[in-house]
Design a protein around this ligand. Structure first.
Ligand code: ZN
Length: 242
């Protein structure tokens, strides 16, 4: 890792009032197991006497911090360029998940979720998974009952702090209901509360996923929650896709 990567790999960087909850992109970084490896190579370099420096990037569409488009899991689904940006810009809540295995509907109900919210789930993933460039298979993801619950609330966007929202059924339920899925967030150091969200995915035509820069700014309405850990029963997980 370069000095820059070391600096930003494990904690969000503060830029004025905005908190960067995106992960850095670099050659050899972690990726979902069946997704392409990340390669970044200079094809010209001013340090070698070339007139300018240009790199070639080879990476999967679900690399690092990114959104999933409906077509990622839904036949006939739309691509990244049609994902409504107003789902990804505006008031949002970071919710700290206590359950060590899954984001479950039972725990979400404690938080009095409203209709049409933008929700980012801070799980143990943030502290646990981004410290290593090895893929962590037992990451916390969104249970299918939680996906149904969020879909029923017409949630605008759901964010998770590792490389997959959960099972194929979780993806299909969320994407089918128009919920934009944001994956690969690093919420280390981010407290539960209310924020302004700015998530701008690349405009990839017909893209099943798009890398995104995601920023949070503390909202004046920021507050904690008295939510307690509940429902820690183990459940088998089947992850999908990245
Ligand atoms: Zn994805």
């Amino acid at each position: 890792m370069t000095q820059l990567q070391t600096k930003t790999a494990n904690s969000p960087e503060v830029s004025s009032q905005w908190l960067d909850v995106s992960v850095p992109i670099y050659a050899g970084m972690v990726h979902f197991p069946d997704n392409p490896a990340i390669e970044i190579a200079k094809i010209t370099d001013v340090e070698s006497g070339d007139i300018c420096t240009i790199s070639r990037l080879a990476l999967g569409s679900h690399t690092g911090t990114h959104i999933d488009a409906p077509m990622h899991f839904l036949p006939g689904g739309t691509g990244t360029e049609q994902v409504p940006l107003d789902h990804l810009i505006g008031p949002a809540r970071v919710i700290e998940i206590k359950d060590p295995d899954l984001v479950r509907a039972e725990e979400l109900r404690v938080h009095d979720l409203g209709v049409g919210e933008r929700l980012l789930f801070k799980t143990s993933n943030s502290e646990r998974c981004w410290k290593t460039s090895q893929f962590v298979p037992d990451f916390v993801s969104i249970a299918e009952d939680a996906a149904s619950y969020l879909a029923g609330l017409n949630t605008l966007a759901v964010g998770i702090d590792y490389l997959s929202a959960g099972s194929p059924e979780t993806h299909r339920t969320l994407l089918g209901a128009g919920v934009v899925i944001v994956e690969g967030l690093n919420l280390t150091g981010i407290s539960q509360g209310r924020y302004e969200l700015l998530c701008l995915p690349l405009k990839i035509l017909g893209g099943d996923g798009a890398l995104a820069r995601v920023l949070l700014k503390v909202s004046n309405g920021a507050h904690g929650s008295k939510a307690s850990a509940e429902g820690n029963k183990k459940a088998s997980k089947r992850q999908g896709g990245g």
